[in-house]
Design a binder for this molecule. Structure first.
Ligand code: 5GP
Length: 298
């Protein structure tokens, strides 16, 4: 049999990927062992690293459940010892939900965190980074704008028609929605509550009008404005994007100016000079008991 050997580059990439996967699994197990996350947050975690984790390893991370108890639960639930999370069937998940020891773990409700700020300020980079963190769940919005190159359905957005958007409004399916640069964007309610009940901090990356609606509907939401280091820097980032027509870019610049003026309405303003620092600050705001309880900036 002929096997094609991996190129050195592919081998390095494979080693790097498995190191990232190990780290993601370790972080998730740590959160579960501290009682900060329910195992059902892991079961609904779409990341491949988590879906490939063995159920027995997940259960034995729960406080008070060692390997032998985990094995007993698996046996009662009709789940084999080698079963991976991604291979769990509906009935097996239901059996786990009926296990009293697993449901005793009642993580504190996750926070609702809104990040807003002008286009080009780096909100999506921040959201992508937090998507890798099991403590967070990043909401996927619905939009009527067409997908940009490289954007994926259900990952970046749910790309829907105007008619479907109208239907969702009529069915009260949105937590908030707004119009932006000629298209409509909305946060589907589904997922937000469930994510928070599982102990995850739910992150919405939305524009200002939507942020205001969330604040009005849920005063406990943590509102964070992401600001650019300067207007010049923002202009540079917006024009360097090159994915929009000149007309749309001009509209975005005008909107960005108006959006910058809204920073004062937010509880927290984080200047995105270093994306890693902004992410660390967001994690600290979300996880601190005082997060979101500060008085609004005047
Ligand atoms: P873009 O078209 O560049 O992906 O997004 C345009 C703007 O819409 C950004 O400011 C983004 O944060 C915002 N946005 C994305 N999803 C939503 C949403 O569900 N609701 C609201 N209100 N704004 C959104």
């Amino acid at each position: 049999m002929n096997t094609v050997p991996l190129s050195p580059e592919s081998r390095i990439k494979a080693v790097q990927n498995s190191a990232i996967a190990r780290k993601e699994r370790a972080l998730l197990r740590e959160q579960i062992s501290k009682g900060q996350l329910s195992i059902f947050a892991a079961i609904t975690d779409p990341r491949e690293s988590i879906q490939r984790m063995r159920v027995v390893d997940l259960l034995s991370s729960v406080p008070g459940i060692g390997l032998s108890r985990a094995q007993a639960i698996l046996e009662r639930s009709g789940i084999s010892l080698t079963r991976k999370i991604g291979g769990l069937g509906k009935h097996q998940i239901r059996a786990l939900r009926n296990e009293p020891t697993l449901n005793k773990v009642n993580p504190p409700m996750g926070r609702l965190i809104v990040i807003s700020g002008p286009g080009g300020v780096g909100k999506s980079t921040i959201a992508s980074a937090l998507r890798q963190d099991p403590r967070f769940w990043v909401s996927v919005s619905a939009t009527t704008r067409p997908p940009r190159a490289g954007e994926r359905e259900g990952v970046d957005y749910f790309f829907i028609s105007e008619v479907e958007f109208d239907r969702m409004i009529q069915g009260s399916a949105f937590l908030e929605w707004a119009e932006f640069a000629g298209a409509r964007y909305g946060t589907p309610k589904s997922g937000v509550q469930e994510g928070r009940e599982l102990g995850r901090h739910v992150l919405l990356e939305i524009e200002i009008e939507g942020a205001k609606q969330v604040a009005a509907a849920d005063p406990s939401a943590l509102l964070v404005f992401i600001a650019p280091p300067s207007w010049e820097e923002l202009e540079l980032r917006l024009t360097a994007r090159g994915t929009d027509s000149a007309e749309r870019r001009a509209a975005r610049l005008a909107l960005a100016r108006a959006e910058l003026a809204a920073a004062a309405d937010f509880q927290h303003v984080l200047v995105n000079s270093q994306v890693d620092e902004v992410i660390a600050e967001l994690v600290s705001l979300a996880t601190s008991p005082q997060g979101g309880q500060t008085t609004p900036r005047s």
